[in-house]
Design a protein around this ligand. Structure first.
Ligand code: MN
Length: 315
């Protein structure tokens, strides 16, 4: 049985580097393991030679998505219009970079900065974020790109921490190409029910990160991936499933500190990435086997257009 959701790996499993040579190495390693998508992370989209990297991706036969995380100095939810405008410009550059690389999705921490806020989000800050994302969404639409805004935990943003809040933000943005990006690491902290969150997101879910509760090897922590993946499939999710994990063994000190990586749970990128690929392939296939024959009895499908395999695995 083939896994129909594309499995992806984030480039930060191997390096924070953005030189063509470093990215070429990452592309080759991810593709060799079997990943169908590489998620490139660009805090600074200008740093990547998109023409060179696009060729490397094509040569390796691997797809691409883009991710970014705004900094406090480029926070679109800031009440300072200069800071908000700086963030909006970075998002536009990231959209353009994804388009030039041949991708269709920009994910990550788009709606605010990724850092620990010391006070609640303000009405003005939220309105600035909504307005900026609406404009960036319209810009992205011209390239056929969707924005997938990641829902992260309370220690990394003050704007949106749950799927319910994310859907409210999407409603205010009111653009069909703005979707939710859910991440099991964050959901494990904030959601009352991961399964409930997936079903609530429905067809507004555009992107998924699988990360363990300790940010390490899948299966080494508290996340129930079997249940999560079953619910993803039941809910009709057909988008990418991308593995994310962090270690200061490969991260630059500034990025390690931003992500609060104070201890390492792994030091071998290839071993970690290969383990995750095998784990996810088996888990997704097992979920599909378990769901054979189940049908949603409601008048409307739960989420997207996914058809579950029928008895015997027939479509
Ligand atoms: Mn994530």
């Amino acid at each position: 049985m083939t896994v129909r959701n594309k499995l992806g790996a984030q480039a930060l499993l191997w390096t924070c580097g953005t030189s063509s040579e470093e990215l070429r190495e990452v592309i080759i390693r991810a593709a060799a393991i079997g990943y169908e998508i590489l998620e490139l992370v660009f805090p600074d989209p200008d740093a990547i030679d998109v023409n060179a990297v696009r060729v490397f991706l094509q040569d390796a036969g691997i797809g691409v998505t883009g991710a970014t995380a705004l900094a406090p100095s480029s926070d679109i939810s800031s009440e300072d219009s200069t800071i908000s405008a700086r963030g909006e410009e970075i998002l536009r550059k990231a959209v353009r970079a994804v388009a030039e690389l041949g991708g269709t999705q920009l994910c990550g921490m788009l709606c605010s900065a990724l850092h620990k806020y010391s006070s609640p989000a303000t009405e003005t800050g939220r309105a600035n974020s909504v307005a900026a994302l609406r404009r960036v969404a319209d810009y992205a639409d011209g390239f056929g790109i969707s924005l997938c805004s990641e829902i992260v935990n309370r220690y990394e943003t003050n704007l949106v921490n749950t799927t319910e809040q994310g859907l409210a933000l999407l409603k205010d943005i009111a653009r069909p190409n703005v979707k939710l990006h859910l991440d099991t690491y964050h959901m494990n902290i904030e959601e009352s029910s991961m399964e409930g969150a997936v079903l609530m997101a429905g067809d507004r879910l555009g992107y998924v990160h699988v990360g363990e509760s300790n940010r390490g090897y899948l299966g080494s922590g508290n996340v129930d991936f079997a249940s999560f993946l079953r619910t993803l499939l039941l809910g009709g999710y057909t988008g990418p499933i991308v593995f994310e994990s962090f270690s200061s063994a490969v991260l630059e000190p500034s990025v390690s500190s931003q992500l609060c990586v104070w201890r390492n749970v792994w030091d071998n990128s290839d071993d970690l990435a290969a383990h995750a690929y095998a784990y996810l392939t088996t888990a997704v296939e097992s979920a599909e086997r378990g769901l054979r024959g189940y049908r949603w009895a409601g008048s409307q499908p739960l989420g997207g257009k996914r058809d579950l395999p029928g008895p015997g695995g027939k479509q």
